[in-house]
Design a protein around this ligand. Structure first.
Ligand SMILES: [Zn+2]
Length: 75
């Protein structure tokens, strides 16, 4: 899988799940069962993007790394 154009992610690399406050790297998305589940996040209306589109911005907004696509969870 890869970045998704159009709403709500607009081709951004990093996408947050506001339901569990985890951030995902769509350039390294893992699509196995119970892994990133980006499409499920989008479908549930929980996808958020960051401005600027950086991991440090996601962290500054309180998001923690997804263990599958980013690793090094800080939580
Ligand atoms: Zn992920």
């Amino acid at each position: 899988m890869a970045r998704r154009q159009g709403s709500p992610t607009f081709g951004h690399r990093y996408v947050g799940n506001k339901n569990n406050m985890e951030v995902h790297d769509l350039d390294n998305e893992k699509t196995g069962q119970n892994q990133c589940q980006i499409d499920e996040i989008i479908r549930a209306g929980n996808a958020v993007i960051f401005t600027p589109d950086t991991l440090s911005q996601a962290h500054s907004e309180g998001y923690d790394n997804c263990a599958y696509c980013l690793g090094s969870s800080t939580r």
